[in-house]
Structure formats: structure tokens, C-alpha cells
Write a protein that binds this ligand. Structure first.
Ligand SMILES: [Zn+2]
Ligand SMILES: [Zn+2]
Length: 343
């Protein structure tokens, strides 16, 4: 096969297309013609050169869907012509955690992009074990968005989110808006969403938030206490990655409550925390890392119509415009939601 382009961040603020030839395919691998790849908050950290776990240069793109155009000899779970979403993890399959089924904690976990295969490219090789077949009712763009939705599903499970629980979500970016819908599907009420940007809060209300709280205009902790009869929220989620919102997450939590921590902190070693709150309120903060058997639930939620993915897409661009897509995402005036690259 001839060479094809794949996007790599080579220096902060610089995306380049490098030439790539098809990697060797194993017997259980499939070749995808990539159809859609959306841009994740993690990609933006990477683009800025500030991803705490991904040094440059690094391939980008891990929210991927496509059509299977070739299948290895032993492939039996999917076939050529299937439309699939990629679960972009690479695990060892042998460590303590993998053997317990907790593959997101694998001692040697890597992601396709950190192993050199990004998603902003026309072709992608994946194992048949890590692709999920899309039903006809789920489009390629929705397929790409299953990855961040799976992150939200995982966070909801980690925080034991459920029926009748009051929930506060800090950050109405992609993950926050997915989480809002997952919380509604789980029967949480009220679901309160906090952000600084009016257009995101508007989307949150359209997607069923009980209240959208603009932290630039009012104190979100006071408002959450008011909305929950002075008790605080049963569950809170930090989906920003900033010290201030982490504090607010803990402060707005009800006694005995659980906070799910999803945001990636660029200044991870500088975070201070009012540590006595743990004891005073018997609260818990639980880290939420990636996904583990959560794609299946994410897909079911979309199939059932309980989660809507298309309203989150604000921009669609061709592959060649990927650098422009990052400019859009970093420009507050562009009011970007999820940006999907159509390939
Ligand atoms: Zn992502
Ligand atoms: Zn492992």
C-alpha cells in the first residue's frame, strides 16, 4: 500500500501530517477505513504541549470510527463491511489487573496514539477485540463520540451514581455534557451543571440539566446548597482539571457524598486541597480513569435514545483542516463544542 498521512503534534501548537505506511496486521487484526475522529480535551492538552502523561512529538486522535475493509485470517467477531467504533487501549492481558478484568488499570496500559497510531488518518489497524460494531441507527460521528461517552459512563459507575441522587457536574465540556445525560439516564435528580461559558450552559439546559449555573456570575457552591435544601449534592464530578473547581466539588458535596474526579490537571503537583473536609464530611474522592467494559453500556444508551450525541457536535471539518480545528477549539469566540474531523 502507498503511504498515507497521519496527524502528529510535533511541537506545542504545531500539528503536522507525517507519512505512514500500513503497520503489519496480525491474524486477529482488522483494517479500518477511518470515517470520523473527534477531538478530545486530552488532544488539546497534547496540542498545547501540556499533557502531563504525553511528551511530544506524539500522534493524536483516539475517538475513532470507521468501516472494516480488511480482516486478518483468524478474525471471527466482526467482518469486512462492518461499521465500528474503536476502543483505543492496548493492554498486556497478563498482569494482576488484566486477569481480574480491570484492564483500565493494566500495569502496562498504553493507548493507540501513544503507541504511534493516531486517529486523524485514513487507515487504522485494530484488534477485533477492541472494536465495537455499530447498529445502523448509530452514525459514524456518534460512533467516534462513544469513546468520551464511555469515559462518562465509567465515571458514573465509579461514583455509584443512581436513582434520585442530586448531582453537581463541574465543567460542561464534552465529558460534562455526556455525564449530564448519563446522570439523567441513571435517574439522578436534580442534575446541576456548572461552567463559565454561557453557550455550554445553554446546551446543558437543552440536554436536560435541572439548572445551569454560571460560575462567573454566582457562587456555584451557594447555589448548589440552595438547590439541595442546604445539604449539598449526593454526587459531584470534577470535569475541568482546576484547583478551584476541585475545591468547589468537595464543598458542594453532601456529607457522605462521593466526588468523581475526571479532569486532567495541567499543574498536577501544585494542587492544594482543604484536606480536613474528608474527615469533617466523610466524603470520598474517586479517580475515574478511562473505561473498562463501558463502551457496551455507552452504545446501549445511544441505541435506546437515552443519550444524544449529535447536539454536542458544533463543527465538522475535513482532515486537512485539523490545524484549523484546534484554532477553533482554543478560540472562545468560536463557541466550540465537540469538533469532528470527517475523513
Ligand atoms: Zn478522549
Ligand atoms: Zn495488564
Amino acid at each position: 500500500m502507498e503511504s498515507y498521512p497521519m496527524a502528529v503534534v510535533t511541537a506545542p501548537g504545531k500539528v503536522e501530517f507525517v507519512k505512514r505506511t500500513l503497520p503489519p496486521m496480525g491474524d486477529h487484526d482488522v483494517l479500518l477505513r477511518v470515517k470520523a475522529c473527534s477531538i478530545c480535551g486530552g488532544d488539546i492538552h497534547l496540542y498545547k504541549g501540556k499533557h502531563p502523561l504525553a511528551p511530544l512529538p506524539m500522534a493524536i486522535g483516539h475517538e475513532i470510527s470507521g468501516e472494516i475493509t480488511r480482516a486478518g485470517r483468524a478474525v471471527s467477531k466482526v467482518s469486512v463491511g462492518d461499521r465500528v467504533a474503536v476502543e483505543p487501549v492496548i493492554i498486556c492481558g497478563r498482569c494482576h489487573f488484566c486477569l481480574r478484568g480491570e484492564y483500565h488499570l493494566c500495569q502496562d496500559i498504553r493507548y493507540q496514539y501513544s503507541a504511534g497510531q493516531g486517529g486523524f488518518t485514513p487507515y487504522f489497524v485494530a484488534s477485533e477485540n477492541w472494536v465495537h460494531r455499530l447498529p445502523d441507527s448509530v452514525g459514524y460521528e456518534e460512533g467516534a463520540l462513544l469513546e468520551p461517552l464511555a469515559v462518562a459512563v465509567h465515571a458514573a459507575r465509579r461514583a455509584e451514581l443512581g436513582l434520585g441522587q442530586s448531582t453537581a457536574i463541574f465543567g460542561a465540556g464534552g465529558i460534562g455534557l455526556f455525564l449530564l445525560q448519563v446522570a439523567r439516564a441513571a435517574g439522578s435528580s436534580p442534575v446541576l451543571v456548572v461552567d463559565l461559558l454561557a453557550h455550554r450552559l445553554k446546551t446543558a439546559l437543552a440536554l436536560g440539566a435541572t439548572a445551569a449555573i454560571n460560575a462567573a456570575q454566582e457562587d456555584p457552591v451557594e447555589r448548589i446548597l440552595k438547590e439541595t435544601g442546604g445539604l449539598g449534592a449526593d454526587r459531584s464530578f470534577e470535569a475541568v482539571g482546576v484547583e478551584k473547581t476541585l475545591h468547589q466539588c468537595a464543598q458542594s458535596l453532601k456529607k457522605g457524598g462521593i466526588c468523581g474526579l475526571i479532569g486532567l490537571f495541567e499543574e498536577a503537583n501544585q494542587v492544594h486541597f482543604p484536606i480536613n473536609l474528608f474527615v469533617q464530611k466523610e466524603i470520598q474522592i474517586r479517580g475515574c480513569r478511562g473505561y473498562c467494559w463501558d463502551f457496551q453500556v455507552a452504545l446501549d444508551l445511544v441505541k435506546a435514545g437515552a443519550v444524544k450525541l449529535n447536539p454536542l457536535i458544533s463543527h465538522r471539518l475535513p482532515l486537512a483542516d485539523l490545524p484549523k480545528a484546534f484554532e477553533i477549539l482554543l478560540d472562545p469566540k468560536a463557541q466550540a463544542g465537540k469538533v469532528v474531523i470527517q475523513i
